[in-house]
Design a protein around this ligand. Structure first.
Ligand SMILES: [Zn+2]
Length: 70
């Protein structure tokens, strides 16, 4: 995913930062498995594809967990 600042839409709705209320985010993908994310691993989220939208203003990270696409 391109590291591009802009608006993000989740389920068709515009994402707004819950902290500062801005609507500009950059995004990255994280695959959850072991290591520092061991807790998530134990919760059965291993191998899940997480989408992180990071607020370009305050840096708040919104996490969205989705099944891996094949
Ligand atoms: Zn923010």
């Amino acid at each position: 995913m391109a590291i591009e600042v802009g608006k993000r839409y989740i389920e068709g709705k515009e994402l707004k930062c819950p902290v500062c209320g801005r609507d500009q985010f950059w995004s990255r993908h994280t695959i959850l498995q072991g290591g520092r994310l061991q807790l998530l691993f134990e919760l059965g989220w291993a191998g899940k594809n997480a989408e992180n939208h990071v607020c370009a203003s305050c840096g708040h990270v919104s996490w969205f967990l989705k099944p891996l696409k094949r």
